[in-house]
Design a protein around this ligand. Structure first.
Ligand SMILES: Nc1nc2c([nH]c(=O)n2[C@H]2C[C@H](O)[C@@H](COP(=O)(O)OP(=O)(O)OP(=O)(O)O)O2)c(=O)[nH]1
Length: 149
């Protein structure tokens, strides 16, 4: 989308907080994007847009409460990536999360699953691919991060 008043203006980034929830067995939590959002049905890591005045951690805690009904204990930014979608230029602030409280509830009608690498779910949001690659490298996994991919 361009700025109609100033078509040559650079696109503004949409800042997004994303949680890589890691279970005790190293499994990763993936969920589907709800109906009505761009890329509905694609698998992603849970998270969402950072609102004005929020830190990444505060935004992530709010998003995971809203979407999944859990409360994360803490989150520190691990990586920052960018992805240029037709609907938005996003800057993704990725946090690994090892500890949370509460029971998972799919509050937006999404589906969740715990996955080891390579992932067996598909399709996955393109903006998540670099992070899957880094996670695979950390784990010494060679080859595609998506099974069959
Ligand atoms: N949550 C999440 N978003 C991702 C990932 N990879 C990726 O490119 N994105 C992009 C897709 C979206 O453009 C953006 C997240 O915005 P969103 O629309 O899901 O955020 P939100 O829940 O705050 O949405 P809303 O308030 O506008 O309904 O980040 C990912 O793994 N998880």
């Amino acid at each position: 989308m361009t700025d109609a008043a100033n078509p040559s203006a650079p696109r503004k980034h949409t800042e997004v907080a994303v949680g890589v929830l890691i279970g005790q067995d190293g499994a990763l939590l993936l969920s589907t994007r709800p109906e009505g959002k761009p890329y509905a049905g694609y698998w992603e890591f849970p998270g969402g847009k950072i609102e004005a005045g929020e830190t990444v951690e505060v935004a992530l805690r709010r998003e995971l409460q809203e979407e999944l009904g859990i409360t994360i204990d803490g989150a520190e930014v691990w990586r920052v990536t960018e992805h240029d979608y037709p609907h938005a230029l996003v800057r993704l602030h990725w946090c690994k999360v090892f500890s949370w409280s509460g029971e998972f509830e799919m509050r937006e009608g999404q589906t969740m699953c715990w996955q080891q690498l390579p992932l067996t779910v598909t399709p996955v949001l393109p903006g998540a691919m670099p992070v899957l690659q880094w996670l695979a490298e950390e784990r010494g996994i060679v080859g595609p991060v998506l099974a069959g991919g």
